[in-house]
Write a protein that binds this ligand. Structure first.
Ligand code: C5P
Length: 202
């Protein structure tokens, strides 16, 4: 599985992160949540750092911590993600990760379209916005992050619009992506469907 890449894209809280983690564990692939890159830059911007400086100076240690999970950091992430220079500064790290021996799963917004257009498997994971916000609200509450369903729903909807509407690497399915709608799927069902899609091309 040298250089075998699975690209999983989709809107905020669609389930792509959960699916990616489970699928990577199943196949023994490495997993990169590329949203963390933009969240790490967004978190630095909230501390007063210039976005491009932050993107250029990013180190793997910056990608850790529940502090990156808050809706406020997510909003800032989606703002910096609309800046072409910031996106460009993060490309090499993602492509090197994808090329590692042993296979890799990358999840984000532009993995199948821009970062890894040659990925062996491309998935586009969607779900109803209210379902997504409810899941994300429960996840954040479980982590002790103080927020409300309404706040999370507004975050998800604002980011979807911004991410789909930007000129550079907008959120959209690659032409050859397989779509999975997780609105009425359990995690187990969504993971099983994804594993079946990957196994079919291996
Ligand atoms: O996936 P997550 O919700 O953590 O991503 C946070 C934000 O980072 C997204 O709303 C999006 O604006 C940006 N992002 C992106 N490209 C990616 C991953 C995330 O633009 N590949």
């Amino acid at each position: 599985t040298q250089g075998f890449t699975v690209a999983i894209d989709g809107p905020a809280a669609s389930g792509k992160g959960t699916i990616s983690k489970a699928v990577a564990a199943h196949f023994g692939f490495a997993h990169l949540d590329t949203g963390l890159l933009y969240r790490a830059v967004g978190a630095k911007v909230l501390l007063g750092v210039d976005a491009l400086d932050a993107a250029r100076a990013l180190v793997p240690d910056d990608l850790d911590g529940d502090a990156l999970r808050t809706p406020d950091v997510a909003q800032e992430a989606s703002k910096v993600a609309a800046l072409p220079d910031v996106r460009a500064a993060l490309v090499d790290f993602q492509r090197s990760f994808a090329a590692r021996a042993g296979g890799a799963v990358l999840d984000g917004r532009d993995i199948g379209t821009v970062i890894c257009p040659g990925a062996q498997v491309k998935l586009f994971v969607i779900a109803d916005a209210v379902v997504r916000a409810r899941r994300r609200f429960e996840e954040l509450s479980g982590k002790g992050i103080d927020t409300s369903f309404e706040y999370v729903l507004a975050d998800v909807q604002t980011r979807d619009e911004r991410d789909m509407g930007r000129a550079d690497a907008p959120l959209r399915p690659a032409a050859d992506a397989v779509e999975i709608d997780t609105s009425s799927l359990s995690i187990e069902e969504a993971v099983a469907q994804t594993i079946a899609v990957i196994t079919a091309v291996m």
